[in-house]
Design a binder for this molecule. Structure first.
Ligand code: ATP
Length: 194
């Protein structure tokens, strides 16, 4: 069976950019956060459970997940957020396991923002953390999403501190410069995993 490499990083670290490079190098990447967004729309068991937890408004008239409503509802309610995650995370886990079974490469990657938070690194052969200085990450997300400095900072403050992730990671990609450098560092790391 293939070796699973966990790929993670906080908001604006560049983990998705790294994942795209990894795909260019010929290795499959499972995008956990992206798949989670699809699963809440596709999996009827998940949909029913979310409606039971948060109300019918969690889905719009077309049956599509109302991200804004859900985000507002769980933003300052840890209990509710935990319950929502207890619906979504196991469904993503099953989806990932199905995906793994279909892979033929010896090395495969799992991109997830919550690798260490959910202790998913324990189920990986190695973990790769993408990181950059706070100000650089904030600036990138402001440019990408049109958010304000404060908004990005608020999201960052809710995530696991960078110093804790650095302690847990097997490999670290420092993404403080440009995309050319990032691609080069990524290539070195990917082809040196043993
Ligand atoms: P999020 O968790 O918020 O989705 P992420 O970790 O997946 O973030 P990316 O989307 O890969 O981060 O990168 C954030 C933004 O910064 C993107 O617009 C990306 O193009 C840009 N970016 C990433 N790395 C660099 C770099 N080295 N130089 C310039 N721009 C970069």
């Amino acid at each position: 069976s293939p070796k699973i490499i966990g790929l993670t990083g906080g908001i604006g670290s560049g983990k998705t950019t790294v994942a795209k490079f990894i795909e260019e190098f010929g290795f499959p990447v499972y995008y956990s956060d992206e798949r989670a967004k699809e699963i809440v729309n596709e999996d009827n068991v998940v949909k029913t459970k979310i409606k039971e937890l948060l109300g019918e408004e969690a889905y719009d008239e077309n049956g599509l997940y109302n991200r804004k409503f859900v985000a507002e509802k769980v933003f300052s309610n840890k209990e509710l957020l935990d319950q929502l995650n207890q619906i979504i995370h196991p469904a993503v886990r099953v989806d990932f396991e199905d995906w793994v079974k279909k892979q033929t490469k010896y090395l495969i990657f799992k991109e997830t923002a919550l690798l260490f938070e959910l202790k998913l690194n324990k189920e990986c052969y190695k973990s790769v953390l993408v990181t950059a200085e706070d100000n650089i990450r904030i600036k990138r997300v402001m440019d990408r999403d049109g958010k304000t400095y404060r908004e990005v900072q608020a999201i960052m403050e809710k995530q696991m501190p960078e110093k804790d992730k650095i302690k847990l990671a097997d490999c670290i990609i420092y993404n403080n410069t440009n995309l050319e450098d990032l691609k080069e560092i990524t290539e070195k790391i990917v082809f040196n995993i043993e």
